[in-house]
Design a protein around this ligand. Structure first.
Ligand SMILES: [Zn+2]
Length: 124
């Protein structure tokens, strides 16, 4: 990978966290809205159609939207370590910390947040 910075230049210990964490929180909210919208959506659909079979297209559309929103939130990158915030290997976990560097979801809301994490030293 090409690296434009001279080797003598230090990697900054702190990176701006707020924009990246806001993106992660927003995508988590999309996912929550889709999940919580299931019952009201299906209730309204049942009231309109009065039929299980005729409600199925709405159900499958909901599943499709759920897959898209879940994927969208899963590929959100941690602003600090640049790995996927909710994905580690084959695991997709919606914890409130980065699965790689343990950055809390609301670290940018804590004044002078510093948990001692530093970027890994580059070898070679
Ligand atoms: Zn991280």
């Amino acid at each position: 990978m090409a690296n434009g910075t001279p080797p003598s230049e230090e990697i900054p210990a702190t990176v701006p966290l707020s924009p990246g964490l806001q993106i992660i929180r927003r995508r988590r909210w999309f996912l929550w809205l889709v999940l919580l919208g299931y019952l009201p959506l299906m209730w309204v659909t049942q009231r309109i159609t009065h039929s299980f079979e005729r409600s199925l297209p709405v159900f499958f559309i909901w599943v499709g939207v759920l897959v898209v929103v879940t994927s969208y939130s899963a590929v959100a990158r941690c602003p600090r370590c640049r790995n996927y915030y909710h994905v580690n290997g084959m695991s997709l976990l919606y914890l409130r910390r980065c699965l790689h560097c343990q950055l809390p979801l609301k670290a940018d809301l804590v004044e002078n947040f510093d948990d001692g994490w530093r970027p890994p030293k580059r070898s070679g």
